[in-house]
Design a protein. Structure first.
Length: 250
């Protein structure tokens, strides 16, 4: 199943900015050269602009800026990246957060997310921001996106769509985002798989590593339960160690 597209008008980044006076705007407006970001391709292609000094917080973008020709265009091509995730990155660079914003331990209400969210739209939005932040070398943004993922509700089918994105788009070594996905299904698959049984089956066949990770956590949990039970049994028979075996007949 293809990942659902999240449609967000990039102009929303401007609409969410607070009203300020002309004097405040002059004081707060970053100074310096502007850089164009060419995001996406085809019908999803847009050009976004931002101040060079702020973009250089990203090692990746700073490297691209450093390779600009002296008299050439000041544009960075990012054809494979998601437009909405890129807009969220710029919003974070300028404001320190991105929509839906985080307040205490709750996320701002987002009217664009359906209820129930069977497509995982909200989870995928933050997942795309996470992966782009990882690419750009923005650890604070990736940590924020990861936190928002854990504050986002979804359904079994939505969680499968999110799991598919994670196992397709992230490095196999990225335990920070992969392990919670596997743990979620390891502790809930016996219930949730009935709500999305075919999707769960396709996920396991398409990404064997996902199935292995889930199974490993299930078996680890079973082993720990068995060890606890053995310790309890041992204490009840005077501290005898080892697995008790049932004996029959004489």
């Amino acid at each position: 199943m293809a990942d659902p597209e999240v449609i967000v008008d990039v102009d929303d980044v401007e609409e969410t900015m607070p009203d300020i006076t002309a004097e405040e705007e002059a004081e707060e407006e970053p100074t310096g050269l502007e850089v164009e970001l060419s995001i996406g391709s085809g019908d999803d292609h847009v050009i976004l602009s931002a101040h060079q000094g702020l973009l250089e917080a990203s090692p990746y973008l700073a490297g691209e800026i450093g390779s600009f020709p002296s008299n050439g265009p000041r544009r960075i091509a990012m054809p494979e990246d998601d437009v909405n995730a890129a807009a969220a990155v710029l919003e974070f660079i300028y404001k320190g957060d991105y929509f839906p914003t985080l307040s205490s331990s709750a996320l701002e209400y987002d009217s664009t997310v359906p209820s129930p969210d069977d497509s995982g739209i909200a989870l995928l939005r933050h997942a795309r921001v996470y992966t782009l932040a990882q690419k750009l070398g923005l650890p604070q943004l990736s940590a924020l996106a990861h936190k928002k993922i854990h504050l986002t509700g979804s359904t079994a089918k939505g969680e499968i769509a999110y799991a598919r994105f994670v196992y397709k788009e992230t490095a196999s070594s990225d335990d920070q985002i992969r392990r919670p996905v596997a743990a979620f299904w390891a502790t809930r698959s016996h219930v949730l798989r009935h709500e999305a049984e075919q999707e769960f089956k396709r996920m396991c066949l398409e990404f064997p590593q996902f199935g292995y990770d889930v199974l490993s956590l299930v078996l680890d949990a079973q082993e720990k339960r068995s060890q606890r039970q053995e310790r309890q049994d041992s204490s009840q028979v005077g501290g005898t160690s080892g697995r008790k075996r049932q004996r029959t007949g004489a």
